[in-house]
Unconditional design. Sequence first.
Length: 124
Amino acid sequence: MKLNAITLDCPDPLALAAFYQQATGLEPHPKSDAEFAGLAGVEGMFIGFQRVADYRAPRWPDQTVPQQIHLDFAVEDLDGAEARLLELGAGEPVYQPGEGRWRVFIDPAGHPFCLVRAQAGELL
């Protein structure tokens, strides 16, 4: 079994796909539209974004509306990646549980995601 796609609920699939496309450099799927948009990577990974009526954004760290899933991205330079993501419209919550090992951000649709320092052979 091989994971090949992750899909996030959101109110505006094209806008959220544009945010992640700028953040990751993944290529937009040619059949993306206002109901479902996607990004494809060279190694077959696909991130999808689907429109959900009455979408409610997760609350971080409060679990009133639980996060349910979050993405982790490995980067060489945490400070540089942070600056770029904030320019693209990501939010940075005050609560940062990683004690410097990772940083939590909020995408434009409210999903928390993390940046971790890229280290060969290591997970979080």
